[in-house]
Design a protein around this ligand. Structure first.
Ligand code: IPM
Ligand code: MN
Length: 356
């Protein structure tokens, strides 16, 4: 028998544990149906622990996670913890230490989900953003001069490396090939080459070089500002987008809105290298004001589990979960907003299981 899928689970803060519970419920059901086994180990990392111990990612924490096949993260963010501490100390720290250089964010409008764009339906909104996840302004390079004086200067440096952009661009081309869009395979580089003439020139040249290895894929380019317009006006234009960390952060929030909000958007932080460990998460935050009320939407969390399965050796199980999600959004749920779904958090989890 195949060895069990070993999962590290970090439920996190606020409503994180509630949506994680639903994702795990669905995992239990699909494992039974598809006949695979798994083990979970839960880590109590997040705001509560930080308030007690002062630790965000405990010493040796990333090494501990390297022993797993994948990581599932609920949500981090606690009202009593200053903004930035958990985001940087836990989430970004894990992405960096585990070198999860691909941030994969599907922008897919599920059936039945309300879209703020007039006249657009699921047939128009179905693309994927591949965001670089380890460099750019996120590298944490910068500093102050004459801090707290009237002459203060601050720098925050965007760092791009040939290796860093090449590996994620190559992954994005491979992904575009596998995705095999019947409308034609196209990878759009989103950057700002007209202004960021050093760093994004490196991205541009690397993109052109790597594109030569993928003659079947149309290598396309958009400036990031234009991309924001097209995402609203013609989202059907896109197949796969590859972009820098900072721009990817911004355009994927726009993406989340056109696909129906944070209640449905999920993402993966992927290290595709041999021995790499990837982490999947719903995109929404910990929504502390809804904690314990059974009103938060678990669809994003369940979709994150579907992604985890897809990328961790159980693609059939992942696809089946994705299918069930779409049946539930398409035929059952009134809304994707907390408290307005027509069902509670747990009931939505049950519905997905019933539709597997
Ligand atoms: C995201 C989040 C994070 C980011 C924050 C919480 C640091 O916004 O996953 O997009 O900026 O990457
Ligand atoms: Mn973000």
């Amino acid at each position: 028998m195949a060895s069990p899928l070993k999962l590290a689970v970090i439920p996190g803060d606020g409503t994180g544990p509630e949506v994680t519970a639903e994702a795990l419920k669905v995992l239990a059901a699909i494992a039974k149906l598809e006949g695979f086994t798994y083990e979970t180990t839960t880590f109590d990392w997040g705001g509560e622990r930080y308030l007690k111990t002062g630790e965000t990612l405990p010493a040796g924490g990333a090494d501990e996670l390297r022993k797993f096949d994948a990581i599932y993260l609920g949500a981090v963010g606690h009202p009593d913890v200053k903004p930035g501490i958990l985001e940087k100390g836990l989430l970004l720290e894990l992405r960096f230490q585990l070198d999860q250089y691909v941030n994969l964010r599907p922008v897919k409008l599920f059936p039945g989900v309300e879209c703020p764009l007039v006249g657009k339906g699921p047939e128009h909104i179905d693309f994927v953003v591949v965001r670089e996840n380890t460099e750019d302004m996120y590298a944490g390079i910068g500093g102050w001069l004459k801090k707290h004086t009237a002459d203060e200067v601050a720098t925050q440096t965007a760092v791009y490396t040939r290796k860093g952009c090449e590996r994620v661009i190559r992954w994005a081309f491979d992904y575009t090939m596998k995705r095999n869009n019947p409308k034609g395979k196209m990878l759009t580089l989103v950057a700002k080459t007209n202004v960021l003439t050093y760093g994004h020139d490196l991205w541009w040249r690397t993109f052109q070089d790597v594109a030569k290895d993928y003659p079947e894929v149309k290598a396309d380019y958009n400036h990031v500002d234009a991309c924001c317009m097209w995402m609203v006006k013609n989202p059907e234009y896109y197949d796969v987008i590859v972009t820098t960390n900072m721009f990817g952060d911004i355009i994927t929030d726009l993406g989340a809105m056109i696909q129906g909000g944070l209640g449905v958007a999920s993402g993966g932080n992927i290290n595709p290298d041999k021995g790499g460990v990837s982490m999947y998460e719903p995109m929404g935050g910990s929504a502390p004001k809804y904690t314990g009320q059974n009103v938060i939407n678990p669809i994003a969390a369940i979709a994150a589990m579907s992604m985890l399965l897809e990328h961790s050796g159980q693609p059939k199980a992942g696809a089946r979960v994705m299918d069930a999600i779409q049946k539930v959004t398409g035929t059952k749920m009134k809304s994707q907003n907390a408290g307005k779904m027509g069902y509670g958090t747990k009931e939505v989890g049950d519905l997905v299981i019933a539709h597997l």
